[in-house]
Structure formats: C-alpha cells, structure tokens
Design a protein around this ligand. Sequence first.
Ligand SMILES: [Zn+2]
Length: 434
Amino acid sequence: MFSSLARCASRAALHVLKGTSRPSKPGKVPCFGHQTLAAVPLPTVGGTTVVRHAQVLDHKRLLQVEWDDGSYSFYPFTWLRDNCQCPLCMLQSAKARSLLLTDLDVHTGMDQVQITENNKVSITWPDQHSSEFEPDWLKKRCFSPEARQARQEELFLNEREFWDSALQIPMADFEAVLHDDKAALAWLVALRRFGIVYLKGAPVEQGQLARLSRRIGYLRLTFYGHTWQVQDKPMANNVAYTSGKLSLHTDYPALHHPPGVQFLHCLQQAQQGGESEVVDGFHMAELLRREDPEAFNTLSSLYIDYTDTGSDYCDFIVQSKNRIIDVDCEGRVVRINYNNATRDSTLDLPLDQVQPFYSSLKSFVELMNRPENVVSYRMEPGDLVTFDNWRLLHGRKNYSSGGRTLRHLEGAYLDWDEVMSRMRILRKAVHGDS
Ligand SMILES: [Zn+2]
C-alpha cells in the first residue's frame, strides 16, 4: 500500500505509515521529551487478562486485585461504586453514567467480593446493590502510574517524534486515505506523531479538502470561511493573500482556541518561488528551554495580545491573549501560538517586561530559523499537506505573481478532537482495540 511513497525515506516515517504502533527512533533525527512510554508495556487487551484473586482491604478502602502474572492493582471503593456497569447505573445505549452523584455514597464500604465462574469481579455493596467488572476493563483502568500513563497514551497518542531539517516528510496516497481504513489510520497516527503528512495524487480541483474532512468528520468554520483560497488578492485581508514571504508562524493565534489541524491543497504553483517551509515548534520550544531557559520562561508565562480585523465569511474584530509557548500544568509544551502579522500593537505588559519579552521572542525566532531546523518543500498541483497547527510553524518564500500561472492553494482547518475521534474509530476497525 505504501510502496509508492517515494519520499518516505525515513525509517521512522515508513514504520509509522505501515501502521506500527511504536515507531523505532530514527537514526539521525534527534528526539527529546514525550518519549517516556518507550519502556512501558501497554495494558493487556483482547480478553487475555485473568484475575487470580481479589481481596477487600477495609482499612484502606481499596479492592486489591491479583492478576495471573502475579501483579496487583488497587481500586478505591468509591471509584468502583461510581463506575458500576449495571443497567441501573449506566445508560447502556449511550455508554454513559446514569448514577447521580447525589446518590453516590462517597464513603461507601464493601460487603463482599467474589470471582465469578467467567472470571468477573463481583462486588456486593452495603445496600445490597451488586456490580460486576470485566478483568480487561479493570486492568485498563489500573491506578498505577505506569498503567495510567499507558492508558493516556492509548487515548491521546501524545508521544511525539521530534525532527529537524533531516526529516523526510511522511507521505501517503490521497485516494488510499479516502478509501482504505489502514491507510487512513496510518495517516492520522503519523500526523499526530510527526505533525505533518503529505498526501499525493489529489484531483486538481477545489473541493478536495471538503472530501478529506468528511473522512474525519467535519471542517472547522472560521471567519475565513469553510475553506479559503490562498492567492495574491488585491486589498488582501490577510498577509497570506499576497505574494510576499510569510515568516514561520502558526495560524490564527488571534483565536483563544486556534485550529488544531490545517490542510493545504495545491491547485496551481507559482513559476518561481512559493516554496513552503515548516519547523517542529515543540522541538524548538524544548531547544529553547535548554539553550535559553529565561526566554523559555518568559514566552511560556506572558500572555500576548493578538488581533485580526476584516471581512470575509462575515465581518470580524477578533482579539485574543495567548502565550507564545503554551504549557500545561506540568510544564509540557502543548501549543505554539505565534504569528508576527497578527501580534497586536496592544501589549498588555508592565513596562519592565517589554524589553525582556522582545529579547526572548527574538531568541526563539532565531532558533526556529536556523537552517538545521527548517524543512523546505515545494508543492505541485495535486499535492496536499496536512499538519498540526498547534505544533508546527509554517511559512512560504515569496513568489512572482502575475503572468499565466497564478499560485493557488485551497486551505481548511479541523480540530484535534474530531481528528483523534476518527483515529480511535479507525484503530478499533483495523486492530479491534477498544
Ligand atoms: Zn449498579
């Protein structure tokens, strides 16, 4: 299926596009961070989990489950009662909890536990309500740090492969992705892992992004429309709609929730110039954290104003406040929000933080522009690039406008929730995982 992927020379990229869940580390591309799962086995799935023994630890209000490999898991009483799977506590048709929190005794005891003949864990509660739990279901929800981490990785695929200019962009066939579940799954897994996948062979006509988005769910509508046309336009309402150079940026940080995924489809390329550039923003942020921790701290703590004003799908005056390097509560980089064109002249900082902010931003931008970090490619008609707009910064070289060939890309946005939803459904269809 992927034998035609000529540009996919990276071992890691090939590995992922073949649908393997754990790519080997590529030889040349440095990988930092988010790699912690490499040594952690995923919980056993597929009905092979067997409970050997279950014991009530009353003093700790925990149920101790011993598995047949001799390992143990522990489950709080309250959590077990809260997650009873019976038809009274769960609306089976929605797989949703119908037990009300007002009816949950968060200090419940446990009367009795038994292993049933078909190896389920059966619990009787003090009010004589009973619950049964499948071993697989329980094991996936084990509270050990390793199991929690494995489960989160299974759900969110947060393990990333960082890259630099040596990246061979993973590539797949447009029609295969549309019609073959394995190809579609490999596409989305690679999109998550590497942040960019190139699709070849799309028809050279508008509307292909809408087709591709229906493969996932639906497009994200913004003030620029369901899809948008990147062309040199008179009185452009966006710097993208000119023939000038676009410095490395993420799209739409003027929104508080910028689009997670971007699609660009090349319909016509300029005769000269117009090459695309991308950089791995998560990798750059980690490099900045090591090389210039002060700059990293500044950019990951200060909220910067963005603005976008104009009229397109309808008229708009958009304002936002975003951190250029967005981190979660544990300091992990989760999103890059940087577009120099829409960074507002309003800068809501105390006077003494203005100069440190500029120096930090300069440091970050210089780092991302180093030739060893930037991947360049030239799109030809029928090429389609899909990338993580929360992670990658992208740009383009200027091009000569006018003449017979007018450069034309069609663009569209999606969000990660919809993309990850399709990825999980495809994984279930292809591998049978739940
Ligand atoms: Zn129940």
